[in-house]
Design a protein around this ligand. Structure first.
Ligand code: GCU
Length: 427
């Protein structure tokens, strides 16, 4: 399907708008207006939360509902029967080091939705079920794997500087363009499986993408849907996809379903945080450079703001979120609460030095201010009061690092995540 001309033009202008916004943003700490974070440990009725039980039964559900209402919207409660179809198995993936399965996950009652193609890489040796990373990718499976035997995805793709996408479709030049971001061989060599899917299988990432995505198909009015405040956005839908992978992995004999880690970079890091907040089967939640709408505190007006993100990417969130543009202090949540929703599971937040747009300090602080909730469970947090130096990871149940370099997910980041996961899973 070709996009209408106006939409194609708007999409082409997005990078221009984004870079203009990035240039004009505030990057001066001293210019951040003073703010007070919403209380984590006082319930809506004013009760003080003093035990892990009170947190789990009273405050956590309240905060989860606030994020649904104000930020990401509420996912539908039902989608009927799920079908799994194995499309291919390659026993010699990654130079013979891995087994690669492609499984289509679709909905029996919603055949209009083409489903999502899960790509699972498993270490070859060993008989014991292995821990598994679960994440969404920016491009099709052919972009993630360095192997060149996969058919190209035929779905809509967002063009990028170096992703080989032409007329919104993958080409042979797309192959392997995300392989640095997905350190499959490294993870496999350390005994981890990696499950990925292309986020656009669930919803193409542009303002009208929902019309051909899962959200339209699950909604009674289809592409005519008028989204109301509190209805889910694309991040909610992508996070739904991650949970469907977690469902599949419950019955995959090669994977230990009690050792799942959800991971994501940038917009997909926001997605990982939201998936981890809702779905407690994810034992570790990794936010890589997730920035505004992810780990960065929204009240710190530095780098990207609520106003800029909801203008450039209105489809990511529920409609309500844009009401807080320039008015962040009236929002009943901030990102320390999103991090706290994962407690007492492990959360790893990572920033990059040059990624000022994502507000590295604000990302650090979200974890820092979430610590009292982890403490209720007797869990240790960062163990430091200030952002650590570059390339010097800190923490236990709450972990953090800031590395040199730009907005990206690199081998260095993966090395730290794998170290964190090994320690969490006692490997
Ligand atoms: C834009 C957007 C960020 C997002 C990033 C990405 O820069 O403003 O919020 O995290 O894209 O997903 O790469």
């Amino acid at each position: 399907m070709h996009l209408p001309k106006t939409l194609a033009l708007a999409l082409a202008l997005l990078p221009v708008l984004a870079s203009a916004q990035q240039k004009q943003a505030n990057y001066d700490e001293a210019a951040i207006p003073p703010y007070t974070l919403p209380e984590l440990l006082i319930s809506a009725s004013g009760a003080k939360i003093e035990t892990s039980d009170q947190w789990a039964t009273l405050r956590r559900p309240e905060i989860l509902a606030l994020f649904e209402q104000h930020v990401f919207g509420k996912a539908p409660a039902q989608w009927g029967k799920v079908a799994y179809e194995t499309l291919s198995v390659n026993n010699h993936a990654l130079g013979g080091k891995a087994v690669r399965k492609i499984v289509r996950i679709s909905l029996v009652d919603y055949p209009q939705w083409q489903g999502m193609e899960l790509m699972l890489h498993l270490p070859k040796q060993g008989t014991k079920p292995v821990p598994c990373f679960v994440g969404a990718s920016f491009g099709g499976n052919e972009a993630v794997t360095p192997d060149s035997d996969l058919p190209l995805s035929t779905r809509w793709m967002r063009p990028g500087k170096d992703n080989g996408v032409e007329q919104n479709r993958s080409t042979d030049k797309t192959r392997g363009t995300e392989k640095e971001r997905w350190q499959l061989e490294l993870a496999i060599s350390e005994g981890f499986a990696v499950a990925t899917y292309y986020c656009g299988d669930v919803e193409p990432d542009h303002a009208e993408g929902w019309k051909t995505g899962l959200r339209a198909f699950l909604s009674k009015a289809g592409p005519e849907t008028q989204w109301k405040e509190g209805d889910w956005g694309a991040i909610g839908a992508w996070a739904w996809g991650l949970s469907r992978i977690a469902d599949f992995l419950q019955a995959e004999p090669a994977v230990d379903p009690k050792k799942l880690t959800v991971i994501g970079h940038s917009r997909l890091g926001k997605t990982a945080l939201w998936a981890g907040a809702q779905d407690t089967r994810f034992r570790i939640v990794i936010s890589n450079n997730s920035g505004e709408g992810g780990a960065a505190l929204m009240r710190r007006n530095i780098g990207e703001t609520t106003a800029s993100i909801t203008k450039a990417f209105p489809h990511w969130f529920t409609k309500t979120y844009s009401n807080y543009s320039g008015n962040e202090s009236s929002c009943p949540i901030d990102s320390h609460m999103l991090v706290a929703l994962a407690a007492p599971r492990t959360v790893y937040i990572a920033s990059a030095e040059e990624d000022r747009w994502a507000d590295p300090k604000g990302e650090f602080l979200a974890g820092f201010h979430a610590q009292p909730v982890f403490a209720l469970f007797g869990k240790n947090g960062y163990g430091v009061a200030e952002q650590p130096p570059l390339n010097a990871p800190v923490g236990e149940t709450l972990r953090y690092h800031i590395r040199t370099g730009k907005h990206d997910i690199t081998r260095y980041d993966w090395e730290q995540y794998l170290r964190g996961a090994r320690s969490e899973f006692g490997l």
